[in-house]
Design a protein around this ligand. Sequence first.
Ligand SMILES: [Zn+2]
Ligand SMILES: [Zn+2]
Length: 341
Amino acid sequence: MTETFDHGGGIRSIQVPIPDNPLGYTLVYVVDTDRGPVLVDSGWDDPASREVLTAGLAACGTSVTEVHGVVVTHHHPDHHGLSGQVREASGAWVAMHPADAAIVRRTRETRPERWYAYMAAKLTAAGAPAEHVAPLRAARRRTFPGLAPALPDREIVPGELLDLPGRRLRAIWTPGHTPGHVCLHLEEEHPDRLPGSGRLFSGDHVLPEITPHIGLYEDPDDATVTDPLGDYLDSLERVGRLTPAEVLPAHQYAFTDAPARVRQLLTHHEDRLTDLLALLSEPLTPWQLAERMEWNRPWQEIPYPSRNIAVSEAEAHLRRLVKLGRAEPVAGSEPVAYVAV
Ligand SMILES: [Zn+2]
Ligand SMILES: [Zn+2]
């Protein structure tokens, strides 16, 4: 059963399933142009997902061979997974922001041993106990399951219009969830004349009910101390100022009143930072902080990979607090512990 939805004004969406994932599906948007449909994201690389995308394009009165281009909001596999196969079938271009294209290149080139060693070193530095890091060290002799995301062939240039003949789609760089995440502003009147400025394809940046994951940007080749949460909060304000009439996100459903949702997300993160500061009345490593933070279930029940994501999220919040001068590393601590200032 293929779920497609007509958003009006030559925009439709296809619910492309993400196997074994509580998110359920990625909304792949089909934007009509004078040169054939352009997709915003492509969906997870899996035979069943590919079948749904193919059937969905047929239900939209077109086909995968007609696709003119694929605009990728960010490199995550639920967004970029099928881009290479769409390009093979159609000759379409695939566009991505250079910061995420660099991650795709690195994913293709980094040997699994190097990746596991990097993750193990990072978790150790964050104060993870030896028994948590051990499986990563053991995994070094195993191989990765064929992880070879497609290299994009076009760069998304922030602030510029994309190559969508007959349409006005502008790239808005919104780093945070990933360093090269983009939202896409369709600068056309809303088909139902809703008040506001056009429509916004928001990727994972702004979702109606989910707070996107903000962790550290992972890069074994780069020692820059980045501030992903700071990037994210700046990007949120940028998107709020656009005041789009409607938001077309990559998961869940389309919604209006973007500024209200942006305010909610800003408040959520402000509250979270305040809660963390209270925890940091005693010195804590990122791991200890993650153990004490509030998650959607008790720490003991959080599965292994999600714990790694949680620690990364704790570190992103710590970076923000340090940058704001509200927390600082404890001199001489090893692994480094942080305390409220
Ligand atoms: Zn994502
Ligand atoms: Zn996603």
